[in-house]
Design a protein around this ligand. Sequence first.
Ligand code: PEP
Ligand code: MN
Length: 368
Amino acid sequence: MSKKLNIDPINNWIKKDNDPLIISGPCSAETYDQLYETCKQLKSHGINLMRAGVWKPRTRPGTFEGNGEEALKWISDIKKELGVQFAVEVANTNHIELSLKYGIDILWIGARTTVNPFSVQEIADSVKGTDTPILVKNPINPDLSLWMGALERINKAGIKKLGAIHRGFSMTGSSKYRYVPLWKIAIDLKSNLPNLPVICDPSHICGNREMIFETSQKALDLGYDGLIIESHIDPDNAWSDAKQQVTPEVLSKMKSDLKTKNSNEEDKSYNHLLNEIRESIDDVDKEIIDVISKRIELVEKIGEFKKEQDLTTFQVDRWNEIFKSRLDWALEKGLDKDFIEDLYKVIHLGSINVQNKIINKKKANFKI
Ligand code: PEP
Ligand code: MN
C-alpha cells in the first residue's frame, strides 16, 4: 500500500519555538477584536503559530459560516502587528488564491474535503508551483487509503512541505469522544509514510475541553510531531465549537504540563499503544452489542410473525442456509471455520430461545 512521498522534514518549514510544537487559535475568526486579543494572549504565552477558520464547513446551513476575505484582511494585519504566522483551512481554488494573496503561512485541508478526491484534486491543481506548506486532515470516515490518497495528490502537485492532521473519525454508536481517534489508523499512516509529519488535533477528537490535556499527552507519547488546539478569549461564547475551545491561559498551562517524549524519562509509548488497542477493542465490543441487540429485535419480529402464522420456530432449510452463507462470508474474511461455526450455533440457539418465548407468550430474553 505504501507509496513513498517526497517530504521536506517539518523542522525545515515550521519554526519550532516550543516543545511540543503547538498551533493554536480560534475555531473561527469571528471579529477583528476577538482574533487580535486571542493571538496577542497566545503570543504572550510563547505561541507564534496561529490557526483560524475563515470559511467554516458547518453541518447545517443558516449558522455562522465564516467571514471569508474580511477575516483574511484581519489576519494579514495581525500578522504584521504581532509578527505571528497563520494556518487557515481551504476547500477550493478560490480559498487558495485568496489565502495566498493575504500571505497565509500554512494551508490545511479539512476533514470534509479530504473525503472527496475531486475536491482534493482541485486543490492539488491550484497549489501547483506554490511553496506554502499544506496539512491534510484525516477524512471524516475511517479510511486510511482515502487519507493517503489525498496526501499523494498534494505531493504529486509538487508540495513537499506536507503533513497530516489526525482529528478523529465520525462513528456510529456512543463514545466519549466527539470524533473517535482510532489511533491505529494514524499509527498505520505513520508506518506507511515514516517521513510524514503527523499533528494531532485533540480539540476536534474530544469535542470538550476537559479531555484535551490527556488526549494531547497520549498523542505526544505516541510520537506525534505536534498539536493543533483551538483557543478563544471567551470559549463559552464562541460562534463555533464553543465546548472544545480553551483560553490562551489554559493552553499555556497545558503546554508547560505536557511531557514530550524526550523529556519523558520512561518510554511509555508501548503501554499507550496497548491501551489504545484496548480502547479500540472496547469500541468494537460496543458495536458488537449494538448489532446483537438489532438482531434480537429482528428475531422478535419473526417470532411474532411465526406466532400469527402458526409456524414452527426451527426451520431447517433456513438454518442450513444461514450456516452456509455465514461460513462463506467468514471464510472470505479469513476467519477460522470452527470459531464461526461455534459462534453461529450459539447465536442461532439464542434466536430460537427468543422466538420460543414469544410463541409461548413469555418475555423475550436472549442468553448466550
Ligand atoms: C476546524 O479545524 O475548525 C475544522 C472545521 O476541522 P475539521 O475539518 O477537523 O472538522
Ligand atoms: Mn473547530
